[in-house]
Design a protein around this ligand. Sequence first.
Ligand code: NAD
Length: 475
Amino acid sequence: MAIAPPNSTGQVSQEEIKKRIQALLTSQRAFFADGHTLPVAFRKEQLRKLQRVLKQHEQELFDALYADFRKPALEAFGTEIGFIELELKLALKSIEDWACPRRVPETLINFPARSYVYPQPYGVTLIISPWNYPLNLLFTPLIGAMAAGNCAILKPSEIAPNTAAVVNRLITQNFDERYLAVVEGGVETSQELLAQRFDYIFFTGSTQVGRIVMKAAAEYLTPVTLELGGKSPAIVVSDTDLELAARRICWGKFLNAGQTCVAPDYVLVQEDVKEEFIQQMAQCIKEFYGEQPLNSPDFARIINDNHFQRLSAMLTPEHVRIGGETDAADRYIAPTVLDNIAWDHPSMQEEIFGPVLPILTFETIDEAIKIVNRHEKPLALYFFSANKLYQQRILHEVTFGGGCINDTISHLANPNLPFGGVGSSGLGSYHGIASFDVFSHQKSVLHRGTWLDLPFRYPPYGNKLNLLRRFFKWL
Ligand code: NAD
């Protein structure tokens, strides 16, 4: 029973969608309750199947990503399919270790005893994903959910419909829907899902919708992970290698045409090297995409007309230093650098999420830190400087989800680094073992010995208080 978007057939009503979602939930609940997902052998078998299916259908996935927004194959592999493969390999290699009870140190107060944390799957989980990395942001959390022994309902984004359709088909054809199912659809379908009771909700998307998800989850006190967005700064200090900084910022910004949650949203460059930095950016854009980025096979398109219009409004001609060209029919916006930007400029009022890079300046490191700290806590921060003291100051004085010193985006490529935001950029983190942990309840259990039973805690208390005090002091 694949659930396609309500308008794709023109026949499926909202009421029908609701009934189907409820039926899916009921069947997944029963499947979970019967213990099918608990054996590690089952989890591994299903993860291996996912690995096989993705490998066999790789070309279809490339094609779907290209059809949605002309994502170049190299980017589709490097940031989506290859990335998922690495997470799958790690999960398959480590699942026995991750799933086994973890013994923790004892306290004498409970002597004789042994204490363990037992990771336990939540049950039926909901994974809602956005459109910008439509495979990565659906399958990477799913790998955690599967490794931890959960069932899952997946809600891909309707804004990347070709990818959503392929994902729906591949999951529906290869997995028991009592275990994994896909529900396609837009905002109403998402709201219908959120109105149901799940055991865990993993949401990736905008901060605004994150609030809606958290409110809905509160109804049943469902735990949530929220992977959200925001304005991630790149700070460039004059002591850095400007050519290298420009190249790494250029890559992180224009990858996926800037439609990346952790893309450098804006640059704060030290005033005295601003001109040189802009020259280096111009050089770099030319090297990456040629004189006419419009003709480059390596530069993606804006996902839809709404986003194209929203981004075009940021291209105020008096501020454009590089790029600025657009083609509405092709949803093309050139790699663009804006200069002399103030905080009330349209590009600084919201997350940009496109190939537009405003340049702002600072004079001292104190000023740079103050500027970032005056705004919402970013999902990522990138700091370019050779000065170790400045690096330490940024790390200690600024709160951000994660980031890099002297690079952009690459922190996501290490699955040993938990990935997530803080404050308005998110709640909770995943990747590698963190994905397993996020989808597991950590059940803490004390196994108490029976051969000794000290009497302090039992009434009548009489004059045991002093004795207890002395015991606590001794511990
Ligand atoms: P979005 O929040 O509009 O949509 C995400 C999902 O929520 C979609 O599946 C959509 O159908 C659903 N949705 C939309 N409106 C809803 C509503 N009112 N009620 C219930 N569900 C609703 O986000 P998007 O435009 O797809 O993606 C862009 C945003 O996602 C950016 O802000 C970006 O920074 C963020 N993002 C974050 C990460 C991360 O890992 N932190 C990754 C990618 C994107």
